[in-house]
Design a protein around this ligand. Structure first.
Ligand SMILES: C[S@@+](CC[C@H](N)C(=O)[O-])C[C@H]1O[C@@H](n2cnc3c(N)ncnc32)[C@H](O)[C@@H]1O
Length: 323
């Protein structure tokens, strides 16, 4: 249903009607509805993807309404590379990149297939008092970006490619909408060089691994498998062939952190908040989780939820592919 002409005019798509073909872009709660594709497609012959419509509530946990240091560091690089142009944040989710970029004055098109995530993004910005005046929020499908060729200066697709059965097509779309000289900016974690911390997380790791394995063993007995895409996709190999140039930049971190099972893994897993759980029926999920929690309380004690993972924040490796 989207209209290819319905691209940002004057850097901000504030036209309810396409100037060129008259197509009226629906707008719900300040979100331009640029596609009527489903939120999730995991069956059939079409390209598959996992939108976060039902995951939204548990996706960001405690960081939902704040800007994390790592996201601000990434945003500074993105805003710097975007300059006065437009940044496309594809699969923008809860806005962990869009919102800090907006705080730095960048003009942004924030696209996601999930209206729930786009609403969380809006709420986050509101709670921390960051204006979205320069942000155009769009429900869009990354497999068919509703923008004209060579319209944006920079793009990111953070945490998106592994949710799509055809990540090459998404990168092809990013390449198409980038201007000549524009940059596709990727962020990866890299183990840092801080050596002093040697935390013992054996108990935490054992619980997480056993919980995860027990859950999926039970699901397998019911004929349900985790949904996973693109694990073997090698972004670099593909992008190296497509883009003119590649540069990298390492951002050092090294801050110690600690997170409990309750606030970390369990918070999300219990709420069916991981994308590989997308095909697990809610009733079955609730029953299995309830049984497993009882089982783990007996084995590790009723306060096992409070066991923490201690770590050192990883460095960030930025890879910038230039068209
Ligand atoms: C793991 S979250 C990442 C969010 C954010 N970029 C981050 O780094 O935290 C992935 C996001 O991609 C969105 N998504 C999944 N498939 C999509 C598609 N085909 N088109 C657009 N967005 C999609 C999901 O709805 C979700 O919000």
């Amino acid at each position: 249903m989207s209209c290819l002409c319905a691209q940002p005019a004057n850097q901000k798509m504030d036209l309810p009607k396409c100037y060129f073909c008259g197509f009226e872009v629906p707008n719900r709660n300040n979100i331009w509805i640029m596609t009527d594709m489903p939120d999730i497609v995991t069956e059939g012959d079409e390209d598959k993807y996992i939108g976060y419509e039902y995951i939204g509530g548990s996706y960001s946990g405690k960081r939902k309404y704040l800007i994390e240091e790592r996201d601000l560091l990434f945003a500074k690089e993105v805003a710097g590379l975007t300059g006065d142009g437009i940044f496309l944040d594809l699969g923008c989710g809860d806005g962990c990149l869009t919102v800090p970029c907006a705080s730095l004055g960048a003009k942004i098109i924030a696209g996601d297939i999930s209206c729930a995530m786009l609403s969380i993004l809006q709420k986050k910005a509101e709670k921390i008092n960051i204006s979205l005046e320069n942000v155009t929020l769009c429900r869009m499908n990354a497999l068919d970006i509703p923008l004209g060729d060579e319209t944006v200066n920079t793009a990111a697709a953070n945490g998106l490619l592994h949710l799509i059965s055809n990540p090459e097509k998404v990168i092809g779309e990013i390449y198409r909408v980038l201007k000549r000289g524009g940059a596709f900016i990727c962020q990866d974690d890299r183990p840092g060089t801080v050596k002093e911390a040697r935390f013992d997380n054996a108990e935490y790791n054992e619980i997480v691994n056993t919980f995860y394995k027990r859950y999926w063993d039970i699901m397998a007995e019911k004929g349900i498998k985790p949904v996973k895409y693109s694990w073997r996709f090698v972004r670099d190999a593909f992008c190296d062939r497509l883009f003119e140039k590649k540069t990298t930049k390492l951002i050092k971190r090294g801050i110690a952190y600690e997170i409990s099972l309750k606030d970390g893994f369990l918070a999300r897993f219990i709420e069916r908040g991981f994308s590989d759980q997308v095909n697990v029926p809610k009733d079955l999920h609730d029953e299995v989780i309830s049984n497993l929690l009882n089982e783990f309380e007996q084995k590790y004690g009723g306060d096992f939820y409070g066991i923490t993972y201690k770590g050192i924040e990883e460095d960030i490796l930025l890879t910038i592919y230039t068209k």
